[in-house]
Design a protein around this ligand. Structure first.
Ligand code: GLV
Ligand code: MG
Length: 345
């Protein structure tokens, strides 16, 4: 049963939250935000920055990290500060992807952008998070800049899980700060870090499959698997156990819309709420896939209605269209109905 959380003092979460039962432990969900599409925009490209402010992404992350060459880091910071101050971002959640803690850019990324555009960012995206202490370090720095600039809006954190170390420490990372809002699967760096034999960014790989035994007609079939299944499923579990959103990362083949949608759908089925878009065309696809269809919402509503009636009759389980539904079905259906309400208001 959701219940009203006490108002926390200190830390990033001052607002009243509804906590969620998970065993005897109450998990506090991150503030609700639409995060169907998460558009990456390189800070080095002023035209793209301007376009992103009026695009259709739920979340835009202004990138200082891997889409920006070392020689362009300083100009990118300046461009981002200008874009934050000059464009109207009110229809979006705006995030800043800082450089990793293993670079000498990161401290200036935080200090310069937070001081140059106070109160403008909603989120900071931390790449290549390896340990909980990485999150703590950024939290400390952000907390100091917020205090010094007198900004009362608290910035939340998006954490990219994209190294073997980050995946190994994923639960501690997810629990590392009350600012944490979401975990993201950075498939490209993850492949590099785990030394996977692939050079594509996301998507399936023909070498990841199994050959069936001989079938009745004497033939054998080759079944492709999803080589990212474990990583995404693992991330979803860590995220949800700590009240965070789980977001699937990039898909590099910009021209393959059907491929993108298939990847997005399988992430949604596992519990992800959204997916990155590295091109504006992908934001439209992500918004479409991560918006539950009318038929899905109607089915969920029918389950809720049937269970309301079952409850009135003192029953815990009934059948709906020949299928058993019970009290767990209410929770499943509520996920969809709540998502539709969040999207359509
Ligand atoms: C994202 O940062 C990735 O490495 O895929
Ligand atoms: Mg990366």
């Amino acid at each position: 049963v959701p219940r009203e959380a006490p108002v926390r003092q200190g830390g990033a979460r001052h607002e009243k939250r509804v906590e969620q039962d998970m065993s005897f432990t109450l998990v506090t969900p991150a503030p609700a935000r639409l995060n169907r599409s998460e558009q990456a925009v390189p800070g080095s490209n002023t035209k793209f920055l301007q376009k992103a402010a009026t695009g259709d992404a739920d979340v835009v992350f202004l990138d200082l990290e891997d889409a920006v060459a070392p020689s362009e880091k300083e100009a990118a910071r300046r461009n981002i500060i200008t874009a934050l101050n000059e464009y109207d971002w009110s229809s979006k959640t705006v995030s800043l992807r800082i450089n990793g803690l293993d670079t000498h850019y990161m401290y200036r990324d935080i200090i310069e952008v937070l001081e140059g555009a106070p109160g403008k960012l909603d989120l900071i995206m931390i790449p290549k998070v390896g340990t909980a202490a990485d999150v703590y370090a950024v939290d400390m720095l952000v907390t100091q800049v917020e205090a010094a600039t007198g900004v009362s809006k608290r910035i939340g954190f998006e954490l990219i899980i994209e190294t073997a170390l980050g995946m190994a420490n994923i639960d501690a990372i997810a629990a590392a700060s009350p600012r944490n809002e979401s975990l993201h699967f950075g498939v490209a760096d993850y492949a590099a870090s785990t030394k996977a034999r692939t050079t594509s960014i996301g998507g399936p790989n023909a070498d990841y499959g199994v050959l069936t035994d001989v079938l009745a007609d004497g033939s054998r079939a080759y079944h492709w698997g999803d080589m990212w299944h474990y990583a995404i499923a693992r991330m979803v579990v860590a995220a949800r156990a700590h009240g965070l959103r789980a977001i699937d990362g990039p898909f590099g083949d910009i021209k393959d819309g059907e491929g993108y949608k298939a990847q997005a759908r399988r992430a949604a089925v596992l519990g992800c709420e959204g997916k990155w878009a590295i091109h504006p065309s992908q934001t439209t696809l992500a918004n479409e896939v991560f918006t539950p269809s009318e038929a899905e919402v109607a089915q969920a509503q029918a389950i809720l209605d049937a269970m309301t009636q079952a409850k009135a009759e003192g029953k815990g389980a009934v059948t709906l269209n020949g299928r058993l539904i019970d009290i767990a079905s209410i929770k499943q259906a509520e996920v969809l109905v709540d998502m539709a309400r969040q999207i359509h208001g």
